[in-house]
Write a new protein. Structure first.
Ligand SMILES: Cc1cc2nc3c(=O)[nH]c(=O)nc-3n(C[C@H](O)[C@H](O)[C@H](O)COP(=O)(O)OP(=O)(O)OC[C@H]3O[C@@H](n4cnc5c(N)ncnc54)[C@H](O)[C@@H]3O)c2cc1C
Ligand code: SF4
Length: 522
């Protein structure tokens, strides 16, 4: 450590926002209006600000630069990998940009006193407009997406088209490696630049280690790190070293893993028995299918269609596109069949099967002795059932669309030849072949990118961590504003819902600070 890094620096401000993703970026924009009223607002983000020209298509380099632990965060059981962004904009810098509103059915089922579904939906509509959400035109749909739609049509299943938040999309397909074309409208493109123009200070490479909320106002300990040699991204605007930040309010928006972990290593005035509990993540498997001719998959926006069976059967199937490394990692098995499938990469149709995972008492975020997050997650029989049902549906879609063979991870052996199936449209097709009993934990590659829960909203500390406006029970001046607020899975792609909830939290912060209602920084 250099001498200057030994010095502890002291900073005073009015509001600190921890994290700059869907939640933190939204709060930052909204609270930009406080700067005009003379308040100091900071965003502390542990990831780096990566410039567009640094976003190459290199899968490994981008994973290192943009994702937490290079994209390889594993649960304690090492049977589920979690994807989360660690860069300015958080996961919105790497998300695909599919933009769905939550179902009122789900919001009602959450049963949070003071959370009106209509209010959430109205805010979602506002963010749809802000982030330029719309449908891709027919000419922009690639073969992978058309095959999905065709398969669904032949099966008589209703495929929905995803609204996406892009402006001037060039169809390079690299959404999950960042968007060097500036087309994808994440918080790094929309909300954070507005916040910065309004005077919000964004400090990157700054990890918040703990919060002490036992006094009059919260005090944070944070550490700024210098870039590692050769690392992409700008250095932090603050000098490397330790910081003590005093604020009137702190908004924790470090994501569904980061926020419960940060609060667990913090000093809070009261006990929060539900902290870290209720973690859900829509665990997902990839189903790929080989077609007789090359298909355009790596060209065009990757995600255009989905089949929503969340309410009826607890799963959703989406189109997707993964690069060779991720595809290889996601296929079950080794050796010649695995190699043959990868050699067919230009002819592969791809789908993602997501299970709706009910809250389970064993699934939660904890911290180890060093305060690092540890996610415990076990696959309940319900989740396994849903992964199998979704994989079966995906396999049938591919076969109905003309695939020669399909690789379904919840099948043993996973490779299914079309000639052995008969008519994929026949009722009950593949019921024996793709079944829950074939799910083997650790053998089947399961990943998740919709991380939710851990600081759930609710009525009291006995049933939740915050109220319906993200105020942490019993900890004055401490708020949560991200996906960790979800009391249960949202059952669709979550970012719009997160933004809507974060917007409500920002309003509460403003009100609690005694600042008159301001229109926001836009
Ligand atoms: C590959 C991928 C594709 C996705 N595609 C879609 C999609 O198409 N549609 C959709 O709706 N959703 C999608 N999602 C999910 C969506 O992006 C997330 O649900 C959403 O961004 C979560 O918002 P958040 O604010 O909770 O956390 P994040 O956006 O993850 O932001 C949390 C931020 O906090 C920072 N942080 C964490 N700990 C600390 C700390 N101690 N100090 C300082 N900073 C900290 C992190 O670095 C991160 O930047 C996708 C996610 C991924 C990973
Ligand atoms: S497909 Fe469109 S939104 Fe995705 S990275 Fe390419 S230009 Fe950006």
């Amino acid at each position: 450590m250099r001498a200057s890094e030994d010095v502890t620096r002291y900073v005073t401000c009015d509001v600190v926002i921890v994290g700059s993703g869907a939640g933190g970026g939204t709060v930052a924009e909204r609270l930009g209006a406080l700067v005009a009223a003379g308040l100091r607002v900071l965003v502390l983000e542990q990831g780096a600000r990566v410039a567009d020209h640094e976003l190459t298509s290199s899968e490994v380099d981008m994973a290192r630069a943009l994702y937490a632990q290079g994209g390889g965060v594993l649960t304690a059981e090492r049977t589920l990998s979690l994807a989360m962004g660690c860069t300015l904009g958080g996961s919105t810098a790497v998300y695909t940009g599919t933009s769905l509103r939550p179902s009122p059915r789900v919001l009602h089922a959450w049963g949070v006193p003071g959370l009106a579904p209509d209010d959430v939906l109205a805010r979602c509509a506002r963010f749809e407009a802000d982030n330029s959400v719309g449908l891709a035109p027919e000419r922009a749909l690639n073969d992978n997406n058309r095959l999905f739609r065709l398969g669904c049509e032949r099966l008589g299943w209703p495929a929905g088209q995803f609204p996406i938040n892009v402006v001037g999309c060039r169809g390079c397909g690299l959404c999950n490696l960042g968007c060097s074309n500036g087309a994808k409208q994440g918080t790094n493109r929309v909300q954070l630049p507005r916040a910065e123009r309004a005077g919000v200070e964004v400090v990157t490479r700054c990890e918040v280690e703990s919060i002490d909320a036992r006094g009059e106002a919260p005090v944070l300990r944070a550490r700024v790190r210098a870039p590692a040699p050769g690392a992409l991204g700008e250095p932090s605007p603050w000098a490397p070293g330790e910081y003590v930040v005093r604020a009137r309010a702190v908004v924790v928006a470090a994501g569904a893993v980061g926020s419960p972990a940060l609060l667990q290593r913090s000093r809070l005035p009261g006990r929060l028995p539900r902290l870290g509990h209720g973690f859900t993540c829509h665990p997902a498997v990839i189903v790929v299918a080989e077609h007789p001719r090359p298909i355009s998959n790596t060209v065009g926006h990757p995600k255009s269609f989905y089949l929503d069976r969340a309410e009826e059967e607890g799963f959703v199937v989406e189109t997707c596109m993964y690069f060779p490394f991720t595809t290889a990692r996601s296929l079950t098995g080794f050796g010649p069949p695995h190699e043959a499938l990868l050699r067919a990469y230009p002819r592969l149709q791809m789908m993602l099967v997501l299970a709706v995972d009910p809250v389970d008492r064993g699934n939660r975020v904890t911290v180890d002795r060093a305060g690092r997050p540890v996610v415990r997650y076990r696959f309940t029989p319900t989740v396994v059932e849903r992964l199998a049902a979704g994989s079966r549906a995906a396999a049938r879609i591919a076969l109905a669309a003309g695939a020669l063979r399909v690789h379904a991870p919840v099948a043993d052996p996973p490779l299914i030849e079309a000639r052995d199936v008969g008519d994929p449209c026949a009722p009950g097709a593949l019921v024996e072949r793709v079944a829950p009993r074939m799910f083997s934990e650790g053998r089947v590659a399961v990943s998740a990118a919709h991380l939710m829960g851990g600081c759930a909203m609710g009525a009291t500390a006995a049933d939740s961590v915050t109220d319906a406006r993200g105020r942490v029970h019993g900890a004055r001046g401490v708020y949560v504003a991200d996906a960790s607020l979800f009391p249960a899975a949202v059952e669709i792609n979550p970012y719009l819902t997160i933004m809507a909830l974060a917007d409500r939290v920002a309003e509460a912060v403003q009100r609690d600070l005694g600042v008159p209602a301001l229109a926001g920084a836009r």
